[in-house]
Design a protein around this ligand. Structure first.
Ligand SMILES: *Cc1c(COP(=O)(O)O)cnc(C)c1O
Length: 389
């Protein structure tokens, strides 16, 4: 009888063992509430690691984007430009505050926001007298966007940048931490991210006053008064002291986790990089990607494989692999939103979505497990052109 093969996940949590120490300490001191010494320490440690002046710990990356938009006083009638090639959480908060998202395509070198498309979007918005109140730039799969070019356009129009660095903690751009180049940067510690608190997020900035306000808004916006008094609408968005303890232990192994994911990427590239029709996500010079997920595109004709067949073969082998993010301008929930393609004739994000997949990339992936993925893909490639193989 065949034994069911062990499941290989895309990006499962990878604990170091040290997390339990912080959890036990929180229990022993009864710091179970949201807030507490782990939260303060985790904020300091993230600020130190990234080089940002400060950080505020929140319940999720999505909450962090929501808070960033609130700090910029964005509301109904306002526009926000946002990368289209990303996970839905990048843009949902734009809707939470009642603003209108305008989606910007990717460019081929980083797969992230196209400065050319951004420029055209700004020119139109300027002509209409409706500039955006913020631009949300995503650094997908760990690769930083072309920040110099993007910041140059945004600075010219004096529009602040929010970096959605949920997938790029540990990555750098010209030596600076991804997430520290704009007005605000956000990180996620969701279960699938490079380090995790099971659920959690962080906002970083050099504007300490804004970060104090972030903490205020995230704890129900309670005014200074002996009784409970509130003058603005707040949220219950703070990270719990227990989870911040998990985050502290995870941060201590972030560099190791990054090394492991980069090695996994290199192993996949060594296995398939020479094959016709397969291209791995590039790494822009002067940037370092944490290679959160190994992402690649497949030319179905050249590689002689149907992507749907390949995904099916992987699934049949109990291996989790996924298509790349479906661009937000194609999502039913954002139907009717404006979209600026990279050029008048080319939508890079649509092409990536049609041709790309990501492979199991968790830092705990063993060599044997990775070999299983590689063997499964090898068996599928070349099937269409040469069925005898
Ligand atoms: C995971 C993720 C988020 C959201 O983070 P949560 O902590 O899950 O709310 C936002 N943007 C991107 C690009 C992500 O991958």
């Amino acid at each position: 009888m065949m034994m069911a093969k062990e499941r290989i996940f895309l990006s499962p949590p990878h604990m170091s063992g040290r997390e339990q120490f912080y959890i036990d300490e929180a229990f022993e001191t009864n710091w179970i509430a949201p807030l507490g010494p782990n939260v303060d320490a985790f904020e300091r440690e993230i600020a130190e690691y990234t080089g940002a002046l400060g950080a505020a710990a929140l319940s999720s990356g999505t909450a962090a984007i929501h808070i960033a938009l609130s700090l910029l006083n964005i509301g109904p009638g306002d526009r926000v430009f946002c990368s289209s090639f990303t996970f839905i959480a990048s843009a949902n908060p734009v809707r939470y505050v009642g603003a209108e998202p305008v989606f910007i395509d990717s460019e081929p070198q980083t797969w992230n926001m196209s400065p050319e498309a951004l420029e055209r979007a700004f020119e139109d918005a300027d002509r209409e007298g409706r500039l955006p109140k913020a631009v949300i730039v995503v650094h997908l799969y760990g690769q930083s966007a072309k920040m110099n070019e993007i910041l140059a356009v945004c600075n010219r129009y004096e529009v602040p940048v929010i970096e959605d660095a949920a997938e790029s903690l540990g990555s750098t751009y010209e030596g600076k931490a991804s997430g520290t180049l704009g007005k605000f940067g956000i990180y996620s510690f969701n279960g699938n991210k490079i380090i995790t608190t099971s659920g959690g997020g962080m906002i970083v900035s050099d504007d300490e006053e804004a970060l104090s306000r972030a903490r205020f808004l995230a704890t129900q916006a309670r005014d200074q008064a002996p009784h409970y008094q509130h003058s603005v609408t707040g949220y219950n968005y703070r990270l719990s002291n227990l989870l911040a303890g998990v985050g502290r232990a995870q941060l201590q192994v972030l560099e190791e986790r990054m090394k492991a994911r980069r090695t996994i990427f290199e192993n996949y590239r060594a296995a398939f990089g020479e094959l016709k029709g397969i291209e791995f996500m590039p790494e822009l010079p002067n940037t370092r990607s944490n290679r959160w997920l190994t992402a690649l595109t497949i030319d179905e004709e050249e590689a002689a494989v149907k992507i749907s067949d390949l995904l099916q073969a992987l699934a049949a082998d109990n291996i989790e692999a996924r298509p790349l993010w479906k661009p937000l301008h194609l999502q039913p929930v954002f139907e009717g939103s404006r979209f600026y393609p990279h050029s008048e004739t080319l939508s890079v994000s649509e092409r990536l979505f049609q041709s790309g997949i990501c492979l199991p990339s968790g830092s705990s992936l063993s060599l044997d497990q990775q070999q299983r993925v590689i063997d499964c893909i090898r068996r599928s490639l070349g099937k269409v052109a040469n069925p005898a193989r």
